[in-house]
Write a protein that binds this ligand. Structure first.
Ligand SMILES: O=P(O)(O)OC[C@H]1O[C@](O)(COP(=O)(O)O)[C@@H](O)[C@@H]1O
Length: 320
């Protein structure tokens, strides 16, 4: 893939973020998601690539746009798998909370896991702790390993986890180990990415969230040199059959190369609402500001991009 694609892809997440940020705190998840999805798709279709959505808004009969299998791009350029989450954290955005993101990832065709819409158990860390975590090990052993890798006491380690009843036992074990916790209401893509940045104060992510979000986070961590391990968690026979038809044994630990093969992958995200890493969209009357991250696994380049967008010249914020 051409490196110039990275900048093109930031336009896509910037547009989705600006469109959906208008709905911040207005209690309307669907409207916010529609706005982001429409903008994302419109801008994607100006990018020179031959993309196929492998992680999107749903199957073709469930989603009018960005459905799995939809072709994206101008039809000229590299053949790529596309994973999108136009609003990662729809409830966050509807409530004006912390860490709603417009997110996408692309990789060479065939290289992204076509993760089914079910839960995935996850454990994620940044570059300092690569090779020391094990999703099959106990919570305390993983915390100890992170403490050792980061040369600090277990009491200094901060774990982040979605605040869900299904995680009560993990939360209990983290507390028993003496580590600190940052409970998040939603948004485990941001939670996973945050483990790779010291400034966020987060060392490790535990717990089950969406499998598609797991693949997006894995691409981000691949670019950042971090690690995510996942295990699909089918909840019924239909979901189990889905895993098997994809050739994934749910007891298998999905490692980085299972989630995203190779290193020709790009990840981009723009803050919709404020978060530890990215500021949200601000509207200033005649212009809007955006804050994005874009990274390329092949080169390991990580860019933070601040955008100022004229709302006079581009009132519909789409192309340009
Ligand atoms: O809310 P659940 O069912 O626990 O699912 C967790 C998943 O939902 C999210 O918190 C937000 O997802 P949405 O954007 O679909 O609302 C994800 O970050 C996470 O992976």
């Amino acid at each position: 893939m051409e490196r110039s694609l990275t900048m093109e892809l930031v336009r896509v997440t910037e547009g989705a973020a600006q469109a959906s940020a208008r709905w911040m705190g207005r209690g309307k998840k669907d409207e916010a998601d529609d706005a982001a999805t429409t903008a994302m798709r419109d801008i994607f279709n100006t990018v020179d690539m031959q993309g196929t959505v492998v992680i999107g808004e749903g199957e073709m009969d469930e989603a009018p746009m960005l459905y799995i299998g939809e072709k994206l791009g101008t039809g000229i350029g590299p053949e790529v798998d596309v994973a999108v989450d136009p609003v990662e954290g729809t409830s966050i955005l509807a409530a004006g909370g912390w860490n709603a993101l417009a997110v996408l990832a692309i990789a060479d065709k065939g290289n992204l896991l076509h993760a089914p819409d079910m839960y995935m158990d996850k454990i994620a860390v940044g570059p300092d702790c690569v090779g020391c975590i094990d999703i099959n090990a106990s919570v305390i052993d993983n915390l100890k390993a992170v403490a050792k890798a980061k040369n600090k006491d277990i009491e200094d380690v901060v774990a982040t986890i979605l605040n869900r009843d299904r995680h009560a036992h993990i939360i209990e074990q983290i507390r028993e180990a003496g580590a600190r916790i940052k409970l998040i209401d939603n948004g485990d893509v941001a939670g996973a990415i945050n483990t790779a940045f010291d400034s966020t104060g987060v060392d490790i992510l535990f717990g089950a969230g969406g499998a598609p979000e797991g693949v997006l986070a894995a691409v981000a961590l691949k670019c950042l040199g971090g690690e995510l391990q996942g295990k699909l968690l089918p909840e019924d026979d239909a979901q189990l059959q889905r895993c098997l038809s994809m050739g994934v044994d749910p007891s298998k630990v999905l490692l980085m190369d299972d989630l995203v093969k190779g290193d020709d992958a790009i990840f981009a995200a723009t803050g919709i609402t404020d978060g530890e890493l990215l500021r949200g969209v601000q509207f200033k009357g005649s212009y809007a500001t955006t804050h994005s991250i874009v990274m390329r696994a092949k080169s390991g380049t990580v860019r933070f991009i601040e955008g100022t967008h004229s709302l006079k010249k581009k009132p519909n914020l789409v192309i340009g």
